[in-house]
Design a protein. Structure first.
Length: 416
C-alpha cells in the first residue's frame, strides 16, 4: 500500500546550476571500493514510507542516516541536527535548482571528502549541503534523516535490494551474478547519472503508450507521468487535486488518479494510482532525457531488485508484496513527528472532501490512540499501516486538541 505521505521525494531529480570553478589544482576522480577481499557486503536498512535509509559516515562524522535515492546524482546533506558534526573540505557557495514552483536555492558544494559504509570507503567524494532544511525529512520519516545519497553508490557497485528482509547487498562491479529463473532482466539506460527503463501504460481511454521512466528509489509513490511530454498522455476520468511533495525549488502540486495498467516486461499492475504533476513544477525535468515520468518505490518494493549499472541491466524478481493492492492515502491524513525519534504524532494535513475532514479532524491535532492502541507504543510505519490498511475499514481514532481528547470513528475510503 502507499503510505499517507506526500510524495516529498518525487522531485529530488536535481538539476544543478553552473558551479564556479574551484581555484587551484583539480581534484582526482572519485573512487569507492571494498576495504577487504570480500566479494560482497551486506548492509541492513530501515524501510520507512517505502524509502531505504542507510548509515553513512562523512570524513570524521558519526554514522548519519541517508535515504538511498537512485534519482539523485550527487550526495546531498539536507539537515544536520544539534548533536551532529561534519567536517567538510574545500567548500564554497553555489545556487542549485530542481523541480518545484519556486526559484534557485543556496547550498554549499564540498569536494575531496571521504565516505564510509560497512567495509566500504569512498575517496574524493563531492557533497552538497542545503543551507535550509526545505524537505523536513526527519519529521516526515519519524527519525533523524541527514541527507540523500544515490549515484555515488550505484555507479561503483552492483546493488541488490531485498525489500523482504530489509537488506542491501553490494557486489564488486566485475561480479558475474547468477540470475534466478524467476527473475526478469531488463535493459537499463544510464543517462546523466540517472537510470531509465521503458515501460508500457494502458490508459482508460484505450491508448497504450511506451514511456521512458527514471527509476527513483527516493520516491515513495508508484508512478508519476508528465502530461506535457506526450500528447497521448491523458488524465484518468476520476482524479483529485493533490499536494505531491516538495522539490529543491518549491512545492509540487498536481492530480492523482488511477491508471488502467502499467507493464514492465511480463510484469503487469492494474488499476494503480498515478500522479500527474502540474507543468510549472516540472519544467526542469521536461528538459532532461526526454523522460515521461518516474517509477517509484511503491512498485519497486514488490520485487527483489538488482541495479547492475556496470552491465546496464535491471533484474526484477517478484516478492511477497507483488500482489498487494495499491492504496493512496485512504485515511485522508498526513502524519508527522515534530520530535523525530519520539513517538509523538501530529496531523500535518487533512485532505479536502475526505471522511477525515468531514469528521472534524484538523491539522495540528495530536493522534494518541488507534483502536484503543496507545500511539506512544507504535512506531510511525505501524501507525501509517493502520491508517492505510484497506478501504471500508472502520478505525476508532483518539486525538488531542488544546489538551482536550476527542474520539472519532473514521471509515477508510478510496477517493480515486
Amino acid at each position: 500500500m502507499t503510505k499517507a505521505l506526500p510524495l516529498f521525494l518525487l522531485c529530488l531529480l536535481s538539476c544543478f546550476l553552473p558551479v564556479p570553478e574551484a581555484s587551484g589544482q583539480a581534484l582526482p576522480p572519485d573512487t569507492a571500493f571494498f576495504t577487504g577481499n570480500t566479494k560482497k557486503i551486506k548492509i541492513p536498512f530501515k524501510l520507512v514510507h517505502n524509502l531505504i535509509v542507510i548509515p553513512v559516515q562523512i570524513n570524521d562524522s558519526k554514522p548519519l542516516n541517508f535515504i538511498l535515492d537512485s534519482g539523485v546524482n550527487s550526495t546531498l546533506i539536507t539537515k544536520l541536527h544539534f548533536s551532529d558534526s561534519v567536517s567538510l573540505n574545500n567548500s564554497r557557495k553555489i545556487a542549485i535548482q530542481g523541480l518545484g514552483e519556486g526559484f534557485t536555492l543556496e547550498a554549499l558544494i564540498s569536494q575531496g571528502n571521504s565516505m564510509y559504509m560497512r567495509n566500504i570507503e569512498g575517496q574524493n567524494q563531492e557533497v552538497y549541503v542545503l543551507m535550509e532544511d526545505i524537505f523536513n525529512l526527519s519529521s516526515r520519516m519519524g527519525m533523524p534523516i541527514h541527507g540523500i545519497i544515490g549515484y555515488d553508490i550505484f555507479k561503483n557497485f552492483i546493488v541488490k535490494i531485498n525489500y523482504n528482509n530489509n537488506m542491501l547487498t553490494l557486489y564488486r562491479p566485475d561480479t558475474k551474478l547468477r540470475v534466478s529463473k524467476r527473475a526478469e532482466v531488463h535493459p537499463l539506460y544510464i543517462e546523466d547519472c540517472k537510470a531509465y527503463v521503458y515501460a508500457n501504460v494502458q490508459q482508460y481511454n484505450g491508448d497504450s503508450l511506451k514511456v521512458k521512466l527514471v527509476i527513483d528509489t527516493g520516491a515513495s509513490h508508484s508512478l508519476s507521468l508528465y502530461l506535457p511530454t506526450n500528447d497521448k498522455l491523458k488524465l484518468p476520468p476520476k482524479v483529485m487535486e493533490a499536494y505531491l511533495g516538495r522539490g529543491l525549488s518549491g512545492d509540487i502540486h498536481g492530480k492523482v488518479g488511477r491508471l488502467g495498467s502499467m507493464s514492465l516486461g511480463s510484469y503487469s499492475f492494474e488499476d494503480l494510482p498515478a500522479s500527474y504533476p502540474n507543468e510549472e513544477a516540472i519544467r526542469v525535468a521536461l528538459k532532461v532525457a526526454n523522460r515521461n515520468g518516474n517509477l517509484g518505490s511503491d512498485i519497486l518494493k514488490r520485487f527483489n531488485v538488482i541495479f547492475d549499472y556496470p552491465h546496464n541491466r535491471l533484474i526484477l524478481q517478484p516478492n511477497r508484496r507483488y500482489r498487494h493492492p495499491f492504496n493512496y492515502n485512504i485515511s485522508g491524513l498526513e502524519v508527522t513527528t515534530p520530535m523525530p525519534g519520539l513517538k509523538v504524532y501530529i496531523i500535518a494535513n487533512v485532505a479536502r472532501s475526505s471522511e477525515a475532514a468531514a469528521a472534524g479532524i484538523k491539522s495540528g491535532d495530536q493522534l494518541i490512540a488507534i483502536n484503543g492502541m496507545d500511539c506512544f507504543e507504535l512506531d510511525l510505519d505501524h501507525v501509517l499501516d493502520m491508517l492505510n490498511s484497506r478501504p471500508g475499514k472502520l478505525l476508532k481514532l483518539t486525538f488531542k486538541r488544546d489538551l482536550k481528547p476527542y474520539t472519532v470513528t473514521l471509515k477508510l475510503e478510496d477517493r480515486i
